[in-house]
Design a protein around this ligand. Structure first.
Ligand code: MSP
Length: 476
């Protein structure tokens, strides 16, 4: 039986269309998923939308559309974008789905209750709608939330609390022993420092009359499940946890990798593992915590108004070019700045003058000088490439492709096989054959990044043909 591999993306708020930052999370997940499929793993890739939120209600009313219609429209846009980006997801979960998601969230709630970890308390705090969370005075600047540019609401109410504090040491131990691996190291240290200071209990519900959306608390309709026990549970509700048919859950849980951005680290590395421990469920194996795509030095975000719409780039350069750029030029571990000029330069260097040009040159020599297609044996993928994927350093894996392309360009330069065939036909053909074999390896390595291009290159090699037009036309 093949090994299972379960990988997830964050679920996205459908209060606006997705920008490059969101496309990044999902593309990373898809690249890893495709790589694991090459290894014959039984892969399950989950993505989706985080819908039970006041943000959506506000966005819908600003757009003058009723919430469900608004949601459906935006979610359709998400899916269209994912299709253009070749995202091969197995399921797109929507947390407003009462049949798929709600039983899981309620079953999780019940487990927390059964463990004695849910408690009713009265609560006073500052609530930031943008954060969908209570925030502290210390986080404000002149009374305003710096990230969302608005003042929080002063709230006083009865809530159910989750006894998160109880799990501080257990979660810390899991992370220290590497049973829950956090990549990169800097994020692991950050969360360990937080756990060192201790966790406070967190509000897990809101009064039903104060929120218009959300999942009712089992046995108490006056309260709705609040954020954590809703959104985080998507990773297991999608697999059938809490439903009659939980085959997928049994097969795929625990997750091999949750891909998240650094702003949701605390929820995934502290609250989520604590909930799972309380519910007596296994913890995910790894969290890959990526940085932000910045634009003009600031986090790309709708609030800051500096978003770049991936579909604009896709219509000019194609979905595969956007995927390769994200993999090759955005760090999976740190922040990376994005500008449209840097995109064009990278496209020309990596793809038009890089992979595309190399493929044309080699395939032209092969078509001109080799009598028949060469038989490709399943040649070796460089160990460094495999290692890069094993350590989730996707940027390094993409870099290895670029390095291989540069090495092959140099070899053509040095050996001049198109001249050599004229003076020493056998030797010339041998060099060309070697180049074709190595181009095939490039084609194979490209599979997770650019599935269509990978296929095209491999087919051209098998047919001993050169492309009828450039794979990546140069952009002026
Ligand atoms: N709904 C929550 C996640 C719940 S997961 C159980 C959420 N949604 S979000 O739409 O605001 O963000 C989704 C993901 O996109 C997060 O991982 C976030 O880090 C990521 N990004 C949002 N802006 C980003 C950049 N500018 N750059 C990179 N990723 C960014 O948070």
């Amino acid at each position: 039986m093949s090994k299972t591999f379960y990988i997830t993306t964050p679920i996205f708020y459908p209060n606006a269309n997705l920008h490059m930052g969101h496309a990044y999370s999902t593309t990373l997940a898809d690249i890893i998923a495709r790589y694991r499929r090459l290894l014959n793993d039984d892969v399950y890739l989950l993505t989706g939308a985080d819908e039970n939120t006041e943000k959506v209600v506000r966005a819908a009313s600003a757009a003058n559309i009723e919430p469900q219609g608004y949601l459906d429209g935006i979610v359709q846009n998400f899916k269209t974008l994912f299709q253009k980006l070749h995202i091969s997801y197995d399921q797109f979960i929507r947390t407003s789905d009462e049949k798929v998601h709600w039983p899981g969230a309620q079953a999780m709630w019940q487990r927390l209750v059964d463990a004695g970890d849910i408690e009713k308390r009265s609560y006073q705090g500052l609530y930031c709608v943008g954060h969908e969370a209570f925030i502290t005075e210390k986080e404000l600047m002149n009374g305003i939330c710096p990230e969302h540019g608005e003042a929080p609401q002063q709230i006083s109410e009865e809530n159910y609390f989750f006894r998160l504090s109880k799990y501080t040491h257990l979660v810390r131990g899991k992370i220290q022993r590497g049973e829950l691996e956090i990549i990169p190291e800097t994020r692991r240290n950050e969360i360990l420092a937080l756990l060192e200071r201790g966790l406070e209990d967190v509000s897990f519900s809101r009064p039903s009359h104060k929120v218009s959306v959300g999942i009712p608390v089992p046995g108490d309709a006056s309260q709705k499940i609040y954020v954590w026990c809703d959104a985080l549970v998507n990773y297991i509700s999608a697999l059938g946890f809490g439903r009659v048919d939980d085959t997928l859950f049994k097969q795929f849980w625990p997750a091999d990798v949750h891909i998240i951005g650094k702003d949701i680290l605390r929820f995934h590395a502290a609250i989520w593992p604590a909930m799972l421990l309380s519910a007596k469920l296994p913890l995910p194996k790894r969290l890959l915590v990526h940085g932000f795509i910045t634009s003009g030095g600031k986090k790309m975000s709708k609030t800051l108004g500096n978003v770049i719409d991936p579909s604009v780039l896709i219509s000019e350069y194609g979905g595969e070019a956007v995927r390769f750029f994200l993999a090759r030029h955005v760090s999976p571990f740190e922040d990376s700045d994005f500008t449209p000029t840097s995109f064009k330069d990278a496209y020309n260097a990596d793809l038009a003058n890089g992979i595309g040009n190399l493929a044309s040159r080699i395939l032209k020599m092969a078509e001109d000088h080799l009598e028949e297609p060469i038989t490709i044996e399943e040649n070796l993928i460089p160990e460094a490439y495999t290692h890069a994927f094993d350590t989730l350093n996707i940027q390094r894996a993409a870099e290895i492709i670029s390095e291989t392309v540069a090495r092959l360009d140099r070899r053509i330069q040095e050996t001049q096989p198109f001249k050599l065939v004229k003076t020493d036909s056998e030797k010339g053909k041998a060099v060309i054959t070697e180049l074709v074999v190595d181009l095939y390896t490039v084609g194979r390595m490209l599979n997770p990044f650019m599935p269509e291009t990978s296929k095209k290159i491999k087919e051209l090699i098998k047919g001993n043909r050169m492309p009828s037009e450039p794979l990546f036309p140069r952009k002026a």
